[in-house]
Each structure stands twice: as structure tokens, then as C-alpha cells.
Design a binder for this molecule. Sequence first.
Ligand code: EPU
Length: 339
Amino acid sequence: MIWESNVSLAPYNTFGIDAKAERLVHLETEADVAHYAQHPEGLRQQRLLLGGGSNMLLCADVPGTTARIAWKGRKVIRETEDHVWLEVAAGESWHETVRFCVGKDWSGLQNLSLIPGLVGAAPVQNIGAYGVELSDSFDCLRFFDWENGEIHPMDAVDCGFSYRDSVFKNRLKGQGVILSVTFRLTKRNHTFQTTYGAIQEELSSRGLQPSVESISDAVMAIRQSKLPDPKVLGNSGSFFKNPALPSAQVSALAQRYPEIPQYPQANGTVKVAAGWLIEQAGWKGKRVGNVGMHARQALVLVNYGGASGPEIWAYAQHVQASVSELFGIDLEAEVNLIG
Ligand code: EPU
């Protein structure tokens, strides 16, 4: 367990915002987590629990203690002829874990290649891309309860997964930390999801059949062509959620805008593409100071360098106001605002 004081959080958030933590503690083992929970300057003074920093906007310096999830490890805990159960520590990189599975020809996670962040954060918002969500390959996780130091096993039902949502954003918010996640992956007789986005086109243009590796490579190529690399241009992926609306509202909109991208949901609502709404409202590629919606994907807000959290949030609110005025739709931030 390493402690630092008055340290910049710029290396620890993908927007690259230079907010300071009064105290930063790196939790490097599960035992550190238990010690931290008891330490007088630990949990009791915690203001921020930091994963990969890929889905948050730091709007101010962080007083008190910031704890960084840094424990690692992957192990196979069960195996049959068809499946393998892989337990992965919360501090492992998501993308490196996906590529580890791709290297073994285990399917399940390949559509989720190149998503930034750590494994422990993935269940919190049930990360998803290209027609697949984490919940599709999820088996269980271990949750450390801050209140009593107990470790609870939780299955998918306990986690309450839905679109970009789980119990960890609601009832269990701030109540503990995910220690590890176990995935159930497929070793043979794979089934692939290639209908979403440009995966099939990408495979055809390369003359490839769907496989764990070819799909992962295709997803990486598609993401790299549209989404800015946070190491080059600060961003946190989609800044807003795709709004789910009553179908009558979407039908009325579609009469005015027949080309509006729409995705009917199992619960009867219809999701519309926030990137399209933002583009129609004129924000795609529009830079104000150090901030702008990306020129190739209007749902991604980028920091061109040196933007502060409040500057980014002010810009985002202008985008929300325009979309609301034009379409009567209130966009909700996907990123977490801190401070
Ligand atoms: N669109 C536009 N203009 C834009 C951007 C998008 O018209 O500037 C249209 C596209 O043409 C398409 C539709 O909107 O018809 C959807 O676009 P895209 O396939 O790029 O996906 P998205 O809905 O904007 C979601 C996820 C992404 C994920 C992609 C691919 C959310 C909030 N975002 O974006 O996740 O990578 O699908 O599956 O659900 C993230 O959460 O950080 C993220 C990047």
C-alpha cells in the first residue's frame, strides 16, 4: 500500500484533467483493501475510489483520500470441454484481459475490445459495444463490503444489470468495492455477434471469416477509426447515454426526421443515437476553447489540452440545451461527475 500526498490525478483520468488529490493511496493487494478499510486516513476519509479513470469528469481538486484500485491477477478457476471460468482481479486492464482471452481462442469478450478502463469497473456500468454487453459473459463477482469487511459473492441477478446500469450505481453505490470478476467463456462451438455496426463489412473487406481473433481485430480497427485514443486526445468515450424514449415519441420524431437511428428495446422503449442528435444540433467537430465534440463521433467529448473539469461540463451543458431545444430530449451524462 503506497501513500502519496498532494498529487496530480492527470495520469489517472483519461480526460487528462490536472485536478489534485490531497492524499492518494495505491491498493495493490486484496489485503491492502482490508487494511485500508480500517486505517484512520483510509476509508473513513475517502472521497474518491479510482479505477482506470476512464468514465469520470474531475470538476475540482479532491480533498481527503483517493484510493486507487491496483490489485492484479487472472486465474482459471474451472474448466469443462466447452467452457472456462476465468477470475480476473479488479485492477487488471479491461482490454489486456480481452486480448488474453482472444490469445487463448476463448470467446465472449471479443466485441468489447479496446474499451478503456479496468475489469473492476466494467460491471458497474455493464459496459457494452457492438451488440454485446459484459453481462453476456458474466458469471459472478466478489464484492468487499465496506461496512463489515465481508466479501459477498454476487451473481448476475444480484448485480441487476441493464443498459449501462447495475446495482453498483444504485443500491450499492459507495457501499464497497468489487475485488474480482469471473467470466464464463466459450472454448468451442463459438457463436458470434457480427451484425452490429461495421463488423461484418470490416471482416469482408479483409477477406476473413468470423473468429474470436478476427472479430477482436475488426472491432479494434473500427474503434480506432472513429474514437480518439485517450493517450493522444483526452476523452472518456461516450459522454452521454443514448436516451431510451417512449415509442410514441420516437414515432413522432421519425415523421420529421425519417433517418433518425433507432433501436427498439425489449421493455418497449426505443433508444435513439445521441451522437446523431448532437450532430444534427451542430456540435459535431465544434470546438470551444479547449473542448469539443469529436469530428468523427459526436458523442465523444474531447479535451484538446489543458481543459478544466468545469470548462468541459459547461460545454456539455450547452450541448444538452441545444438538443433539448431542437428535439425536446434531455441527454443524460454517461460519465460520473466528481466534485
Ligand atoms: N451517429 C451519427 N453521428 C455521430 C455519431 C453517431 O449520426 O457523430 C449515428 C451513427 O451513424 C449510427 C448511430 O448514431 O447510426 C450509432 O453510432 P455508433 O455505432 O457510433 O454508436 P453509439 O450509439 O454512438 C454506442 C456506445 C459506445 C460503443 C458503440 C458501438 C453508448 C452511450 N455508447 O455508441 O460505447 O462503443 O455504441 O457499439 O451506448 C462508451 O460507452 O464510452 C462507448 C464508446
